[in-house]
Design a binder for this molecule. Sequence first.
Ligand code: PEP
Ligand code: MG
Length: 570
Amino acid sequence: MSEQRIIHGVVASVGTAIGKAVRTFDPLFVSFNFKLRPDQVRKEVERFRGSVEKSREQLKRMQNELKRKTGPESSFLIDAHLLVLQDRLFVDRIVEKIETEYINSEWAIQQVSDDLFQAYDRLNDEYLRERRGDLDDIVRRLLHNLQAKPLPSFKKLSYDAILIGKVVPPSTLFDLRSHRIVGLATETGSPLSHTAIMARSLEIPAVVGAAELAEVTSGDPLIVDGERGVVIWMPSAETLAQYKSHDRDGRKLKKKPGISASAPSVTEDQVQVSLGANINFSEEVRAAIGYGCESIGLYRTEFDFFREGKQPDEESLVADYSLVLNSAKGAPVTFRTIDVGLDKSWDGVNMSPGVRGLRFCLENPEIFKKQLRSLYRASVNGPTRILLPFASTIDDLDAAQEIIADVRRELDLRRQPYDRHVPIGVMIETPAAAQTCDLLASRVDFFCLGTNDLIQYYLVIDRSDQSVVHLYNPFHPAILRCLHQVYTLLRPTGKPVTVCGEMAADPPSAAVLLGLGFTSLSVSLAAYPRIKRMIRSVSMGQLRELAGQILKMQKPKEVEEKVRAAVYRT
Ligand code: PEP
Ligand code: MG
C-alpha cells in the first residue's frame, strides 16, 4: 500500500467523512466509476451490450428517417457512428476491461475512449482528427443508454463512498444523495458554488479546489476533512483510527440537544428577528418545520424542477408544490422560480452567463408559465410567495407580471381555484437591482437580498472559481455601502426584505446585516442553530452602533476583526 498523502483544498461543507473514492467522469451523466464483485461481471457485460444494441437501433432509425427526408447523401454521416459500434478495437476492448479489471461499463468506456481520443489527437490528418467528434457522440449515446438501465445493485453502493471529480454539479450530488455518498471532494470549485451550498444542505462534508485529486482513482481509501480543508489519500492505520474516534465524538455531539427549536429569535435587548430556512429540495421542508423554522424564506426550485433530467409536467409539479405547502403546516413558503446559472447547468438548457434566472424564464415563457400555473394551483394549500430571481430592470418585472396575469386569466378560464393574493417578490442580486430597488418596489410586494450573487457581481469575481474566492468579502466597504443604500432606499417603500444569501449564514456577517437594519434572515438548515444562537446573544443597539462605525472604515480586514471581536466578545 502506498504512503498516506495530504491533498490541500478548501472547506465547502464541515464535518469529516471516511470512505472509498468514487469518481464521476462526465458531469452531464450521473455515472461513476467503481469496482465490481466477480458475481456482477456477467450482468455488467450484458448491460453494456444492451446499451450498444440500443444505440445501434436508435442510429438505424435515425438513418432511415434521414434517408426519407433528405435522400441517401446525408445518411452516410450515421454510418460513421455505426462503424464505431462495430469496431472491435472499441467494443471488444471495453468488454475485455469489464471482464478482466472488474470495472463498471462507464469506467471501461472512459478508459478505452480516452486512449482513442489521444490517438486521434496525435494524427496529422485534419479530416481524421475531426472523426474524434463521431467517437465523442457515440460515447455520450452509450452513456445515456446505460443510464436508462442501471444495474439494480448500483442503486446503492455497498460501502461508504466519497464522490470525487474535476467538477460535480449540484444536480449530480443531489441525484446521488441516497447512494451512500458520505463525502465530496472536487479538483476545482469554491465554497460559494451551488455544489458547495448543496453539500451543506445535504450535510455532506466537502472539500473543493483540491487539484491533486486528479491522481486519485475509484476505490482508493480517502478521508475528507471538512474542518481543515484537506483530503487524506491512502490514510495510515493510525490516521484512520484518529478520524474514526473523532467521528464518534462528532456523532454524539450531534445527538446532544442544541438550541431549543421553539426558542424565539430575539436579541438580548428584545428585538424580534425573523429567521427562515433556505431549502434546495422539497424533502427538506419537513426537517425545517421540525427545527421550528417559522418560514421557508427561499426554496430554490430549480434543483427539483430538473431533478429527473427532464422537465416535469404540470400535474406532477402541482402535486410536489402542494406537498411542500402541506408539509410546511401553515408556515409561508417562498418559491423562487427556476434560476439556471453557469454552475447550475442541466442538459439541454442554455448556459450563457447573460441568460440567468428571470431572463431565462422570459426567453422560455412556456417553461415559466408551466411553473407559475403549478404554483398558483398549489397555492390553495398554504401561504405561498413567488420570488423572481436575477432581475435587473423594471422592464424585466413588467414582462414577468404580464406573464403572471396571463397565467391567472388562464386559470380563471379553466375555473381552477387559486389564492388571488399570492405576493410576488424579486431578488436583489445584481448591482442594477441594488441601485434601483426603490423603483422595482412599485412592481413587487417583497424583496429577497441575494448576497451571493450581489457580492460576486459587485466585486467582479466568479463565485465558483477557487482561485479568486479570497476576493469575495462581505466586509468590503463597497458591500457595506451597497447594503446600507439598499436599506435606505427600501425603508420608505415599506416593502419587506429578507436576506437569503450566505452572508446571513455566518454569525459575524449576519451580525453586520442586523446592524444595518435587516431584521429578516433566511439561512440553510445547517446554519440555522448557529445563527439563532448569535441572534440571542447580541444586542441590537450595540450592533447598530457597530454598523455606524464600520461604515466609516476603509479596510475589509479591519472591519472583519472589529465585527468578530464584537460578536465573539473577544
Ligand atoms: C444569492 O445569490 O445570494 C442567492 C440566495 O441565490 P443563489 O445562491 O441560488 O444564487
Ligand atoms: Mg443568486
